[in-house]
Design a protein around this ligand. Structure first.
Ligand SMILES: Cc1ncc(COP(=O)(O)O)c(C=O)c1O
Length: 389
């Protein structure tokens, strides 16, 4: 344990501006951006302000999309840049064609960003949302989903990694289940990209959305959406403008052709320095052995899990998950514990109310060490004893 941690820490840790007086375990919400990425972003921004340049270049877009395509195992023309995962969800949810009474299947573990768009759409078009509770057993999860699929099922939307429990859903097997049916298969990858390997091709999904600012540690306000090439016409582009169109529009003939790639979902002026930062983030990861980071994260997570069990926690996250651990203590409200740990130790954890868990979530990433986990366990042990007195 110790050797593996020491191998890539503390040199890597120094690259993150995060103050040393705190223990940050909330990458699932926002990852900490490396200094090199911040620097490249600032200088790009300043350069634009100095020259009046908009900072948009075809090469930058191509580079960043090529980098994302490598991460997801798809073609760069299947990637649209967005501001966050939620924007990707909205593009898909509002772009699909539904008839009254059509059904959408989703899980009870969804983040609000993959819930509200579907609820609002369902209310608008009188659709029916059907939900399943992910089981710790993949086979059972598949059976629950299969039991909900019917002649009116038109879309299935679920997370690759649950933000509530950290559980990895059997997305490939679900892909096989819905294959060749008239069902749009959408995966919310917010907690997956940068946390575990992702391969949209083997998942067999039609759409996959993620954020740059979580496990990739990119700039806040960056994200991307994968739309499988043959699905472009199934996901109508509702927000369009400059960059969506091939440049052939005519008001007189009411004619405009959308680009034959996922770029059709991009429009208007954006902060190009963020895209530059996202590109630097991808370069940052390309210089690090990602698999080594995942292995270290996993080791730390297992160590944390054992420590939690030792102090009497109920660990909700199934074993063999990602680097997210959701846990609770009987008789305690998560907020009391969360606040105490923050106020007294500057330990940042996220409360989990999703799925009625009343739990805390720790996300362990590149800047966390074994020593930090030990300190968190000690702090938890003391806090729980005190709160239960
Ligand atoms: C599973 C999941 N989906 C969507 C989101 C929303 O992400 P964003 O704020 O980047 O849109 C989150 C955020 O934590 C998440 O965990």
């Amino acid at each position: 344990m110790k050797e593996a941690t020491e191998e890539i820490w503390p040199d890597l840790r120094k690259q993150f501006p995060l103050q040393y007086d705190r223990i940050y375990l909330n990458t699932s919400t926002i990852g900490i951006t490396p200094r090199s990425v911040l620097d490249s972003m600032y200088s790009h921004m300043e350069g634009c302000e100095k020259t009046g340049d908009i900072g948009h270049s075809t090469k930058l877009w191509q580079d960043v999309k090529a980098g994302i395509a490598l991460l997801l195992n798809c073609n760069d023309t299947e990637i649209a840049l967005t501001r966050n995962t939620t924007e990707g969800v909205n593009i898909v949810c509002n772009g699909l064609s539904f008839n009254q009474g059509d059904e959408i299947i989703t899980s009870t573990h969804e983040h609000v960003g993959n819930t509200i768009p579907w609820i609002i759409r369902s209310k608008r078009d009188k659709l029916r949302i059907r939900t399943f509770e992910p089981s710790k057993e993949s086979k059972e999860t598949l059976e629950r989903i299969a039991g909900l699929i019917g002649p009116r099922t038109r879309a299935i939307s679920l997370p690759h990694v649950s933000c509530a429990s950290g559980q990895i859903l059997p997305v490939e097997a679900i892909g096989n289940l819905v294959k060749n049916q008239q069902i749009f298969y959408f995966v919310d990858g917010a907690q997956a990209v940068g946390n575990i390997p992702v391969n949209v091709d083997s998942i067999g999904c039609h759409g996959y959305a993620a954020s740059g600012h979580k496990w990739l540690c990119g700039p806040n306000g960056t994200g991307f959406l994968y739309i499988r090439k043959n699905m472009l016409e199934s996901v109508d582009a509702h927000h369009v403008g400059a960059y969506s169109n091939i440049g052939d529009f005519s008001l007189r003939n009411c004619k405009a052709s959308l680009i034959n790639s996922a770029q059709r979902y991009e429009y208007g002026t954006i902060n190009t320095s963020l895209i530059h930062g996202l590109n630097s983030t991808i370069n940052f990861w390309s210089e690090i052995d990602h698999t080594k980071v995942w292995a270290q994260n996993k080791q730390l997570t297992s160590f944390f899990r054992l420590g939690l069990l030792d102090i009497g926690a109920e660990v909700i996250t199934p074993t063999e998950s990602s680097s997210i651990l959701t846990f609770k203590f009987s008789g305690l409200h998560y907020e009391d514990l969360q606040q105490k740990l923050w106020k007294e130790h500057k330990i940042r954890l996220r409360g989990i109310y999703e799925g009625n868990f009343n739990a805390l979530r720790a996300s362990i990433h590149i800047y966390n060490s074994c020593d930090e986990i030990r300190r968190v366990l000690q702090a938890l042990r003391e806090a729980v004893t005190e709160l239960l007195k």
